[in-house]
Design a protein around this ligand. Structure first.
Ligand SMILES: NC(=O)c1ccc[n+]([C@@H]2O[C@H](COP(=O)([O-])OP(=O)(O)OC[C@H]3O[C@@H](n4cnc5c(N)ncnc54)[C@H](OP(=O)(O)O)[C@@H]3O)[C@@H](O)[C@H]2O)c1
Length: 230
């Protein structure tokens, strides 16, 4: 059944692939981008048949998100917290671990999820069975600690933790929440050597989001439905 889906960071990578596929299957899509005027691939979708709205949002700005939510009168069936950053990939002595890298990544990957869900909660509650998908990563799994990429791993551990806590708080209000590892995906972030195409990741993720409900809320799984140790 067609639904209304909001996707953050939808101008490239996995977010764009999700927007394309949701739009192609007849869903109404609200796609956010930090610089919507430059989001050429996303804006191209608006010139095709179907229902897609492109809005400007930096997920580190609760004010921007609240403004979009207030202007958006429609119930939203699914909010996909996809926007993410990955800086500083080395060991402890990597000079890229600056205070700015820490704060920027944690604000986007962690606080951005919180701000997004809080802003769109009224729209989710207005839907008959609202759902939230947090795009996390297996790199946040403490069971798979590798001793590098400290900021990103910590941020994704926190994002998964947020999803689990949101699932606990929102279940009594009828909203289901899941955390998802999209695979190692060929995007600007994942790089050309990654083993999953963005289109395949998005296809799998959309199927997992369709399967999400109160019976499975709090799930932590990959794009193929395999449980992820947390
Ligand atoms: N690719 C992988 O292998 C992989 C694996 C595990 C998890 N993930 C997760 O999957 C999600 C998507 O990753 P991707 O591979 O598609 O990355 P990507 O190609 O680097 O795209 C990241 C997207 O997030 C947006 N973004 C970054 N900071 C933002 C902010 N503060 N506010 C709003 N949007 C922001 C970017 O917008 P701009 O264009 O404006 O920068 C872009 O649209 C991320 O959460 C990532 O951590 C990816």
């Amino acid at each position: 059944m067609a639904q209304t889906i909001l996707i953050t960071g939808a101008n490239r990578g996995i977010g764009l692939a999700l927007a394309r596929q949701a739009h192609a299957r007849g869903d109404s899509v609200i796609a956010t981008a930090r610089r919507p005027g430059e989001a050429e691939a996303l804006n191209a979708l608006t010139r095709r048949s179907g229902d897609i709205t492109v809005v400007g949002a930096d997920v580190t700005s609760p004010e921007q998100l609240a403004g979009i939510a207030a202007a958006e009168k429609r119930p939203i069936d699914l909010v996909v917290c996809n926007a993410g950053q990955y800086h500083a990939r080395g060991a402890l002595d990597d000079p890229a671990y600056t205070a700015e890298a820490w704060s920027g990544t944690l604000m986007t990957n962690v606080a951005g999820v919180f701000f997004t869900v809080r802003a769109f909660l009224p729209n989710l509650l207005a839907a008959s069975a609202g759902r939230v998908a947090v795009i996390s990563s297996i790199m946040g799994s403490s069971a798979r600690a590798k001793g590098n990429a400290y900021i990103y791993r910590a941020s994704k551990a926190a994002a998964t933790n947020l999803a689990c806590n949101l699932a606990a708080e929102l279940a009594p209000q009828g909203i289901a929440v899941g955390a998802y590892h999209p695979g190692w995906v060929r995007t600007d972030m994942g790089g050309a050597a990654a083993d999953v195409a963005a289109e395949d990741s998005a296809k799998g993720l959309l199927a997992r989001f369709d399967a999400l409900g109160l019976q499975s809320t709090g799930t932590v799984e990959d794009f193929e439905g395999n449980p992820i140790p947390f």
